[in-house]
Design a protein around this ligand. Structure first.
Ligand SMILES: NC(=O)c1ccc[n+]([C@@H]2O[C@H](COP(=O)([O-])OP(=O)(O)OC[C@H]3O[C@@H](n4cnc5c(N)ncnc54)[C@H](OP(=O)(O)O)[C@@H]3O)[C@@H](O)[C@H]2O)c1
Length: 374
């Protein structure tokens, strides 16, 4: 075990009772057991719909008391005895997606949701519950990805990319669509519809698909937000969701053969027509990735899917290999988001209410992030 300055207690945001207001508390700082490290949280992003998670609107299942949070950027403060790569002081990306070590089908998101099965519930009720809206977080070693700080944050004069470390929190938004687009084998030169493309994960999907070499048709309701995406480059086309399926299929088909459709609908888009129009515009043997968070069932254009050998693929989150591959794209500069990733507001833990409101109001657009600096 290597230990830096590990104070016996630290400050954390805590939800004592499900859906009740959060409180800032002083809590014990854990020592790192085997298989874990303690990370000093530096920049913890706030997802645009976090307010609806913690006020109970989204009905995400999680146990309380809970330290909320999500993936974050931090520095290793102490490691368990079996760490072989991570050292105290390393800048790391902490990924909140935890899998059972003896059953990888048990998946949950620390600080957010225990997911579906019994195994994931056990994981969250036990060792891996509390997340990053705190000064320190205890993280599984395999959830910490060491960042090449010199390359990512160093000055361009020294071969660095010049990212401010807080900009790297954007990786959280990119990991989700990367996992989804990779799961349907998106290839360079292919054309993919992203819809809705104007939210935080949706707009990140456009950026990531471009980085993977694809052409993107960004679909959404908001013409101004679509215009911002169009500026990303000549491989971006935009189509408005008008609610008229026939007209929207015609608009999509103007761009020729379409190989894939990436759906990232929020629950509010349950009755949106884009799901149907996007599928009906696909080529034979196209692939659909369903990553949206719809709460109710959706009608599928069954005959079209059957006659055209369409693959429908559900996807929750991403693998560790996806995480490393995406970070490699950023570190090598293949995916350059220096002009896109932008922290628009930072908050202290005590300001949690203002912070969750700000994330809901301005965190959902291309590259924009609201974060805690605990
Ligand atoms: N599978 C996974 O692993 C995974 C991971 C993370 C998130 N998700 C899901 O992905 C969802 C979307 O994420 P996000 O970050 O893009 O959300 P967001 O920032 O809240 O943006 C919501 C998007 O949905 C659009 N929208 C809202 N109501 C709509 C409607 N009635 N019809 C059509 N479009 C509508 C918005 O369009 P406007 O710009 O027009 O308002 C915007 O593009 C989340 O709510 C979550 O459930 C899934």
């Amino acid at each position: 075990m290597s230990t830096g300055i590990l104070l016996p207690t630290h400050k954390a945001l805590v939800q004592e009772v499900y859906a009740e207001p959060l409180v800032v508390k002083t809590v014990p700082t854990p020592q790192p057991p085997p298989g874990a490290a303690i990370v000093r949280v530096l920049y913890a992003p706030i997802i645009s719909y976090m307010r609806d998670v913690y006020n109970g609107t989204r009905k995400y299942p999680y146990p309380t008391p809970l330290v909320p949070g999500t993936s974050a950027i931090g520095r290793v403060a102490a490691t368990g005895p079996d760490a072989v790569l991570l050292k105290v002081g390393d800048l790391v990306y902490f990924d909140c997606t935890v899998r059972g070590r003896d059953d990888s089908s048990a998946i949950m998101l620390m600080g957010i949701t225990q997911g579906g099965g019994e195994g994931s519930k056990m994981l969250m009720e036990g060792e891996w519950r509390d997340c990053t809206y705190a000064e320190f977080v205890k993280a599984p070693l395999e959830n910490l990805l060491r960042l090449d700080e010199k390359r990512l944050c160093g000055s361009p004069a020294d071969g660095g990319l010049g990212y401010a470390p807080e900009q790297l929190t954007w990786v959280l938004q990119a990991m989700v669509p990367y996992g989804g687009l990779r799961s349907i084998g998106l290839q360079a030169g292919e054309t993919v519809i992203v819809a809705p493309a104007t939210g935080s994960f949706g707009s990140a999907a456009v950026v990531v698909a471009l980085g993977m070499g694809a052409r993107v048709i960004a679909m959404g309701r908001n013409p101004e937000a679509l215009a911002q995406l169009k500026v990303l480059g000549p491989r971006v086309e935009t189509v408005r969701i008008t609610g008229d399926v026939e007209a929207d299929v015609a608009s999509l088909k103007r761009f020729g053969k379409i190989d894939a459709f990436f759906d990232i609908s929020p629950p509010e888009a349950q009755n949106s027509t884009h799901f149907k129009s996007a599928i009906l515009s696909l080529r034979n043997e196209a692939r659909v990735c369903m990553m949206g968070g719809l709460l109710n069932d959706l009608p599928i254009p069954h005959q079209f899917v059957m006659r055209n050998d369409i693959t429908l693929k559900g996807k929750w989150m991403y693998s560790r290999a996806d995480c490393q591959a995406l970070l490699n794209m950023v570190t090598t500069g293949v995916l350059d988001v220096r002009e896109i990733a932008q922290v628009v507001e930072t908050f202290k833990l005590e300001e949690w209410k203002k912070a969750l409101d700000a994330a809901a109001e301005q965190g959902g657009r291309l590259g924009k992030m609201v974060i805690f600096t605990p």
